[in-house]
Design a protein around this ligand. Sequence first.
Ligand SMILES: C[S@@+](CC[C@H](N)C(=O)[O-])C[C@H]1O[C@@H](n2cnc3c(N)ncnc32)[C@H](O)[C@@H]1O
Ligand SMILES: Nc1nc2[nH]cc(C(=O)O)c2c(=O)[nH]1
Ligand code: SF4
Ligand SMILES: [Mg+2]
Length: 210
Amino acid sequence: MTYAVKEIFLTLQGEGVQAGRRAVFLRFSGCNLWSGREQDRATAQCRFCDTDFVGTDGPGGGKFANAEALADAVAASWGEGPDRRLVVMTGGEPMLQVDDELVDAMHARGFEIAIESNGTLPVADGIDWVCISPKAGTEVVQRSGDELKLVWPQQGIDPAALENWDFRHFLVQPLDCADGAAARDAAIALAMDRPKWRLTIQAHKVVGLA
Ligand SMILES: C[S@@+](CC[C@H](N)C(=O)[O-])C[C@H]1O[C@@H](n2cnc3c(N)ncnc32)[C@H](O)[C@@H]1O
Ligand SMILES: Nc1nc2[nH]cc(C(=O)O)c2c(=O)[nH]1
Ligand code: SF4
Ligand SMILES: [Mg+2]
């Protein structure tokens, strides 16, 4: 199958339990919860997105004819060295495009695969680190994984109702928005009130990485 990719870049994972780790980010184009166009944001299912995932015009982006070609591009972005190779598949919504061929092609090049998904589509088998970030008003079908990352505050989600889902880590991430200070306070309050949850911040934004 062909893949539409917004951008491929080398950085440090900024979010979640793996924050700080060197990783190639593979950002797929397109999402099932928002068109990505500002004029549609107010009526979208997900309205707080901080990401441009429209088109294939970012650094390293493009249309890739098959899994081998895409995996080669990710490996080239990592560079030399076999140690602790990590690709983070994100978007947009990566599960609109990730398939077994791509998973196998990345593993064949020595990569661990992490995914950032909204959970409305089942995550492909074989992915090594599954991060699900639920969005209010959507049906999350992927209720197991490594980390559940709740962007907070979000009207229409009750954290208590998520606590029996099958995740190793329950994380609360402040909503990046006009009133970021209030969102940080709300996220801290959640972690203080409900010890199952721990605070994660978007560290890449703090230190000025992509
Ligand atoms: C851009 S999304 C792409 C992956 C997938 N579509 C998802 O939503 O999980 C990557 C991560 O950024 C989070 N995110 C998006 N907008 C945000 C914002 N304004 N503040 C904090 N986190 C945000 C998402 O919840 C998700 O965990
Ligand atoms: N450095 C960095 N870490 C991230 N973790 C999740 C991200 C995402 O957009 O999915 C992201 C991102 O965009 N940059
Ligand atoms: S589901 Fe993810 S990529 Fe899609 S609009 Fe929401 S945060 Fe952005
Ligand atoms: Mg991001």
